[in-house]
Design a protein around this ligand. Structure first.
Ligand code: UD1
Length: 346
């Protein structure tokens, strides 16, 4: 089993990283978290410790700096596998500052792979995105669907990172990598102690909904009600972050135990169900009893109309499937929103 294996989690103080660190610790892995708090808060580290009842090592590292990555691996050459979350992820910001995205997202990946190969560390799990599919011709979208030209520098970094992984695995067959293509992660840990913590005005739907419900925002703008969907609003596949985190444990298990079928594999991580923006608002109101003020606004540039995952391949190959409902995801997001506002007022 995985008992004594050590996993480096980059971006482990962040949204998906913190939930994955909890799941790894609870599975019996030893964990090393690397984060620079560029988009996360230090108090999350203690929350991971209190949820899991386990300790872990933390290193503050800027992974876009080669010498810092080198120093990290020099200090911890005994890592068995890496889950690499650390990256910039705001679509709009990437359009305004593409070089920041290319430096952070591509630079860090290259430096990490170089150091890993140098130290003989051969298991790598990468955070990718369904954004690589653009608007697919066929729904649900499966892993064989063609990659489409990225809509943003952020999306482009995900595509290029997958290519870097594929090329590096070809050149160094001892390296094994899995790219996990996330659909829309939402929700929070059942404890309400960790969750999504956007800085400033949230770009993503669910944090905007919870911040509107708590009174921090006046109203949600629903970006478009004239799409070719049943209620006219866009459709996405919203996956509970705890289900997503568990998939990372399964993926890293597969690599460190040598159960992968190909050197580079990629999987969709979604529920297989689509929900529209208006359905999200309605379900949120139903499960929390809170009212969300909203109005319909023009379409947001760059949004695709609808996408949801074909989960068959991930279900069959990884033996993983989602267990939590949309309602559970939305009520956990609400629990977290209430908790974190109290924390931030302290
Ligand atoms: C985007 C990116 C995805 C990235 C994710 C996390 C694309 C196509 N997708 O997902 O790759 O991983 O962000 O940063 O680039 N909405 C509103 N009002 C709002 C906010 C959102 O109506 O205030 C709608 C959007 O139009 C969309 C849905 O809610 O239809 C989900 O939006 P969002 O949470 O931003 O995620 P994506 O755009 O799907």
């Amino acid at each position: 089993m995985s008992d004594s294996k050590k996993i480096l989690v980059t971006g482990g103080a962040g949204y998906i990283g913190s939930h994955t660190a909890v799941e790894l610790l609870e599975t019996g892995y030893s964990v090393l978290v690397a984060d620079n708090f560029s988009n996360s808060e230090p108090f999350i580290l203690d929350r991971i410790r209190s949820i899991s009842g386990k300790d872990f090592v933390f290193e503050q590292v800027d992974l876009s700096k080669q010498e810092e990555v080198k120093a990290l691996f020099d200090k911890h050459p005994d890592v068995d596998g890496v889950i690499h979350f650390a990256a910039s992820k705001a679509v709009g910001e990437s359009v305004e500052n593409p070089l920041l995205y290319y430096r952070n997202n591509l630079g860090s990946l290259v430096y990490m792979l170089e150091s890993m190969l140098e130290k003989g560390i051969h298991s790598f799990v990468f955070s990718s995105s369904c954004t690589v599919y653009g608007q697919p011709d066929k729904l649900p979208v499966d892993e064989q669907a063609p990659i489409q030209k990225a809509e943003s520098p952020y999306g482009n970094t995900k595509q290029i990172c997958e290519e870097i992984l594929s090329d590096t695995v070809n050149a160094s067959p001892e390296l094994k990598a899995i790219a996990l293509r996330y659909f829309n992660p939402i929700g929070a840990h059942d404890s309400g102690l960790i969750g999504e913590l956007p800085r400033g005005i949230p770009a993503n739907l669910v944090p905007f909904v919870t911040q509107t419900a708590i009174g921090l925002r006046e109203e949600l703008k629903v970006f478009g009600d004239d799409y070719n969907t049943p209620d006219g609003s866009c459709i996405r596949d919203y996956i509970h972050v705890v289900d997503l985190a568990k998939a990372h444990v399964v993926a890293v298990d597969r690599l460190v135990n040598g159960n992968n079928k190909k050197g580079f594999e990629w999987f969709n991580l979604g529920t297989g169900n689509g929900a529209s923006v208006l359905e999200i608002v309605k379900t949120f109101q139903e499960v929390t009893g809170e009212k969300v003020n909203y109005s319909v606004a023009p379409r947001r540039a760059g949004d695709i109309e609808q996408i949801w995952a074909d989960t068959q391949f991930a279900n069959d190959e990884l033996g993983w499937k989602t267990e939590r409902s949309l309602g559970e995801a939305l009520s956990s997001a609400w629990k977290w929103e209430q908790n974190v506002r109290t924390e931030l007022k302290k």
